[in-house]
Design a protein around this ligand. Structure first.
Ligand SMILES: Cc1cc2nc3c(=O)[nH]c(=O)nc-3n(C[C@H](O)[C@H](O)[C@H](O)COP(=O)(O)OP(=O)(O)OC[C@H]3O[C@@H](n4cnc5c(N)ncnc54)[C@H](O)[C@@H]3O)c2cc1C
Length: 455
């Protein structure tokens, strides 16, 4: 195989996805996507969809040697309408979208890492820096151009195909009715996104000593409580073996640092300031939070709970247990991502999404294990299985477990669509049946969060 093929094999962010597909097909227009889909349908070829390959679940945006990968990065158009709507090809990254929009003095709601692709991020819901102010990424979609299995290129918005529009907002590319593999309703080739006047931000990233986990958890909860009153507040707390990284984010540039963050300024366990208080934009924040591209495998897991200091401390203790069992060379960390009532309300205000969230303060946890390719997968898998089982059990026991699992942070076996609740799942199923009655996607797409696994 030539160098272009080898480059394609190595696109995914996690080496768990560096499998060799039968072919990689680079597509640049919606018409080309429709043509590729027609050939796939005619020949009964298995396929996967890929933009940046940031999803670490094997088979989601990668494939083995009996299937093809449709590489959609060539769908890179960008157009800002006089109506303030940003029309962006599905192959863009949020770094590209932020930078381009900033030239026009505008912002759209995207990810906190500049390399993440527009398509997977938005279709999985999309956790940005300020969910309480703007809702999730998917809530900012005003229209999507979708190639359906029958080759039609349709628009999905509040007026045209409204059921498809709602389904796409968090329903992912991978949902369906039944079948042996899985079903996607269609391939999104362009997203039309709501924009705002350039969003100014102020952010600080501090590293604390994990020995002070009780104090750090207390401060994390206090900041989340403050979010209920001030939706401009965003934050994350990322627990590692040697340090705890805390991001204190504000969607404005006040002359004084917001008092809501005081619980963190008061902690004596500060090791260092990784990013001093900086005034910037969503782009500079995403550049600051850029993850180093290092070779290695990754596995992730999503759990959602209510807010509780005692629970968080219990989760930290379970993390310590999992750490102790891991051999050297494996990195295990987890992140608390606070979501407030206003974030869920924003979804409703934007016409509703598929996520089925409860309108209460909550924490979207993501557990991550990273390890070098040459080491065995089993210790990483068992660390994450341990955490998934024990954290859920602990939260359930205390009446603090929420059903929701975030597609963007979930491991392949998690029942993401079922976690949206019966009503949302039923709607997704009906929509899938209406837009792909032949079940082309369910027979032929390689991987994803499957409705057949979510019965
Ligand atoms: C370093 C890093 C930082 C991250 N930061 C955030 C964050 O801040 N917030 C957040 O919510 N998530 C975040 N994520 C998670 C990320 O949003 C998901 O991994 C997402 O699936 C990536 O989408 P992608 O298009 O970049 O990747 P891909 O792996 O190419 O695609 C992901 C999924 O989307 C499907 N898909 C891709 N393109 C299309 C299309 N055009 N039509 C239909 N289906 C399609 C694929 O089949 C695949 O299942 C982060 C991930 C990483 C690795």
């Amino acid at each position: 195989m030539g160098p272009a093929f080898e480059t394609e094999v190595r696109v995914p962010w996690s080496q768990t996805c560096w499998t060799r597909a039968a072919a990689y097909v680079r597509l640049q227009t919606a018409a080309e996507v429709a043509r590729a889909l027609a050939i796939i349908k005619e020949t009964g070829t298995n396929f996967s969809l890929r933009t940046t390959g940031h999803n670490p679940n094997a088979g989601f945006s990668s494939a083995g040697d009996t299937a093809v990968v449709l590489d959609l990065r060539g769908l890179a158009s960008r157009e800002l309408g006089a109506d303030g709507i940003a029309r962006v090809g599905a192959g863009n990254t949020f770094g590209e979208v932020y930078a381009w929009l900033a030239e026009h003095g505008r912002s759209a709601i995207g990810g906190r890492d500049q390399q993440v692709g527009v398509a997977g991020f938005l279709l999985g819901g999309g956790m940005g820096a300020f969910p309480n102010l703007y809702g999730f990424g998917a809530d900012g979609i005003v229209n999507a151009e979708v190639v359906l299995a029958d080759g039609r290129i349709v628009n999905a918005n509040a007026q045209e195909n409204p059921d498809l529009y709602r389904a796409l907002k968090g329903g992912g590319s991978n949902f369906g009715t039944s079948g042996t593999v899985d079903l996607s309703i269609g391939i999104v080739t362009r997203f039309d996104l709501h924009t705002y006047p350039l969003i100014k931000t102020q952010y600080t990233i501090n590293l604390y000593s994990p020995q002070d986990y009780v104090g750090i958890i207390d401060a994390t909860v206090k900041v989340q409580e403050a979010m209920e009153k001030d939706p401009k507040i965003g934050s994350f707390t990322n627990f590692n073996a040697q340090f705890v990284a805390v991001g204190l984010l504000y969607a404005d540039t006040p002359s004084e640092r917001p008092s809501a963050f005081e619980p963190f300024w008061d902690l004596k366990s500060l090791i260092t300031t990784a990013c001093p208080t900086t005034e910037g934009t969503l782009l500079s924040l995403a550049q600051t939070m850029r993850h180093e591209e290092t070779d290695g495998k990754r596995r992730i897991c999503s759990i959602t709970t209510r807010v509780s200091r005692e629970l968080y401390e219990g989760i930290y203790q379970l993390y310590q247990e999992a750490l102790k069992a891991l051999p050297e060379g494996y990195v295990l960390h987890f992140t608390a991502q606070p979501v407030g009532t206003a974030a869920v309300q924003a979804g409703e205000d934007h016409g509703g999404n598929s996520l089925g969230l409860e309108k209460i303060p909550q924490c979207w946890w993501v557990f991550t294990c990273e390890w070098p390719n040459e080491r065995a997968d089993a210790p990483a898998e068992s660390a994450l299985s341990f955490l998934e089982e024990k954290v859920e059990a602990l939260a359930r026991e205390r009446g603090l477990l929420l059903a929701y699992k975030c597609a963007n942070f979930a491991t392949g076996h998690q029942k993401v669509l079922r976690s949206y609740g019966a009503e949302s799942l039923g709607r997704l199923r009906e929509t899938a049946a209406r837009y792909d009655p032949e079940g082309v996607f369910q027979r032929l797409q390689c991987g994803g969060f499957l409705l057949r696994d979510n019965v």
